[in-house]
Structures are given as C-alpha cells and as structure tokens.
Design a protein around this ligand. Structure first.
Ligand code: NAD
Length: 330
C-alpha cells in the first residue's frame, strides 16, 4: 500500500524503514502536513503524520477529496486532529497509544535534577574556566513534595521514580490509581491543594479545552514561592507569559519545559541561520533558571522502535481490514 509519511525526521527514518521491511510503499517526506501539502497525499488511502502536522478541518476536507480516509499518527496524543471533522467525513485515525512512558518520565526527572543542581550553568561556567560554586546551590529532592498532574502511563512511572527518591507525592487526576496510593503513598487531592503544597509541580495530562492554560496567573498565585514547574506534556497547558512574569518575581524558582505553546515550526528544526521572531521564547531563554529541550522527552531508541513498529502494524491492519485496538474511538 502506498503511504505518504509527512514530517519525517532523520532520527526516525531508519526505524521506519526497518519496521516496514519493504511491506508498504512508504514515501518519506520532510514536509509538514498543511493546506498546501495535502496534494502530496494524492493516490494514497492512508497517510502517516507526526505531532507537528495540523489535521484541521480544511486539511481533512482536502485529504478526503483526494481519497485519503485513514490517518496513522506516529504519536499517542491527538490534540492536533479535528476529530469532529474526522467523524463527519467518516475517516479513521489510529495512533501509537504507548511507546515508552519511561522515556518521558525519565526526561522529566532529568529536567528536575539538572535545574535543581544547576548542571547546565556549571557546565558552561567550567568551559569559561569558572570553577567557582557560587550560584550553584541546589536543594535535597529527598523529602520535598512533588505535585504530579496526571497519573496515567507517564505520571505513574514518574510517581514510582520519585517515591524512590524519598519525595512526598501529591497527585491530581480525574481517576485515582489505587496501586499508586497503596504502594507509593501517593495522595490524591484537588488542583488547588496541589498548587499550594508542592515544591515541584509537573504536568502529565493531555491538552484539551478543559486543560488549556491549567497553569495561568491564578494557579501560579496559589503556588509556594520559588516553586519548580516542569512541563513535558503539551505546551498549551501553560500560559507562558504568566510564567515569565512569575520568573521575574521569583514566585517560580525554576521552569523546565520540553514543550512550548508556540513550538510548531520552531522545535524539531534547525534555525541557527534565522532571526528568532518569537519574543516570548526569546525572553524565556534569558533566564538562568529555565531549561528548554525541544520536544525530545520521547527520544530514545526504544520509543522510536516502538513507534515505528506500531505504525506499520496500524497500516497492516488498515490494508487487511482488521479491527485495531489503536483506533481512536469517535
Ligand atoms: P495517559 O492517557 O496514560 O494519562 C493521562 C492522564 O491524565 C490520565 O490518567 C487521565 O485520567 C488524566 N486526565 C485527562 N484529562 C484530565 C483532566 N481534564 N483532569 C484531570 N486528569 C485528566 O497519557 P500519558 O501517556 O501518560 O501521556 C501524558 C501526556 O504526555 C500526553 O497527553 C502527551 O501530551 C504528553 N507526551 C509528551 C511526550 C514528549 O515527548 N514530550 C511524549 C508522549 C506524551
């Protein structure tokens, strides 16, 4: 089956080809899916897309007219897909529901530790022959209260790791995980109380209309002074301008982010010859207590292999008309 694969990055190319074993005719494109690139999907019943590809109503309409009726996502989340339109057009969407919650949970821990122990600052200082320890004081993570917002696959792995660190764990989720309560002493609470009592707050819920800007001025006001905030989930959960203001007043003591609300067209790409046009991220980058990675939390060999293998499985199911548990229920 011919499948146009949009937004293919060098880091995933070999994994996709290896998983495919030449079964499908994969057309690997660097182009992102948008209104002007839909025509590249001509002649395909299925296309394959990544997190930066926007399948909005107009794009879906034009794909549908070309005969594309199947979207295979190389991601777990689907906040970039207009599901109402998918339903109307009777299209099918499959995803990779889990590829390695460990990868994202451990990247979250890496951000917490690197920010707390000022590893990046120390590294840069030493390259300038500055071996002084001034400005590098951290805190013992042991005994601190960590607020985990979202205890699904990633949040629950993180809770187990942080329990091992000796942290007290508060959690907010619409569904309680009994195992976390019994084995890892996780205490579920409401969002307000989590904001008030946590030394570190970390986000692991999906982006939806109800969760957009869950971290805003009002939420930040409730937090402990110099709280550490971590976002490895989706940029739209955090109102970046409110965080910048709170970094200026030291209400937020450190901010680690792997996702950014305006990351599209910026993250995943090389811009070293360009002028940075986004003043918000430019301001964020001036803080010494902000650590930015560009949506790389998932980026392990295991995760890439799993994404590629599940994607090919999803395409096999589609080609052979087999029911697939990875299909998004509409
Ligand atoms: P999951 O579906 O297993 O867990 C999400 C949890 O959030 C669930 O327990 C659910 O009950 C809870 N939840 C959903 N909506 C809620 C709401 N409105 N209020 C309270 N709780 C709510 O998902 P996961 O695999 O753990 O992934 C979490 C998020 O991590 C994803 O949505 C995605 O945005 C992000 N992610 C980031 C990367 C990365 O590379 N940075 C990679 C994968 C996933």
């Amino acid at each position: 089956m011919k499948v146009v694969v949009y937004s293919v990055h060098n880091f995933e190319r070999d994994f996709l080809l290896r998983a495919n074993t030449e079964k499908h005719n994969l057309i690997l494109l660097e182009e992102r899916l948008n209104k002007t690139t839909t025509s590249l999907g001509k002649g395909c019943k299925a296309i394959c897309i990544f997190t930066g590809d926007k399948a909005n109503a107009a794009v879906l309409e034009s794909l549908h007219q070309l005969g594309v009726n199947h979207l295979a996502l190389r991601s777990a989340s689907f906040n970039h897909i207009d599901l109402t339109k998918v339903r109307k057009l009777k299209m099918k969407v499959v995803r990779v529901p889990a590829y390695s919650p460990y990868a994202i949970a451990k990247h979250t821990v890496a951000l917490i530790l690197a920010l707390n122990r000022k590893l990046i600052r120390a590294h840069h200082g030493e390259r300038d022959l500055n071996f002084s320890l001034d400005g590098l004081v951290g805190f013992d993570v042991n005994g601190k209260t960590v607020g985990i917002i979202g205890t699904g696959k990633i949040g629950s792995v993180l809770a187990r790791i942080l329990h091992g660190f000796g942290c007290k764990i508060l959690a907010y989720d619409k569904e309680k995980n009994k195992k976390l309560i019994q084995q890892y002493n996780v205490k579920y609470t409401d969002c307000e109380s989590l904001f008030k009592h946590s030394d570190i707050i970390t986000l692991h819920i999906p982006l939806a209309e109800s969760t957009r800007y869950i971290i805003n001025e009002h939420a930040i006001e409730m937090m402990k002074p110099v709280v550490m905030l971590i976002n490895t989930s989706r940029g739209g959960l955090v109102k970046t301008k409110a965080v910048i203001n709170a970094l200026k007043t030291k209400q937020i003591g450190a901010f680690g982010l792997d996702v950014y609300e305006e990351e599209e067209g910026l993250f995943f790409e090389e811009h070293s010859e360009d002028i940075l046009m986004d003043d918000t991220i430019a301001r964020l980058m001036t803080f010494k207590n902000v650590l930015i990675t560009s949506h790389q939390a998932f980026l392990t060999e295991t995760a890439l292999r799993n994404i590629a293998e599940t994607t090919i499985y999803n395409l096999d199911c589609f080609e052979n008309g087999i029911d697939n548990e990875n299909e998004i229920e509409l």
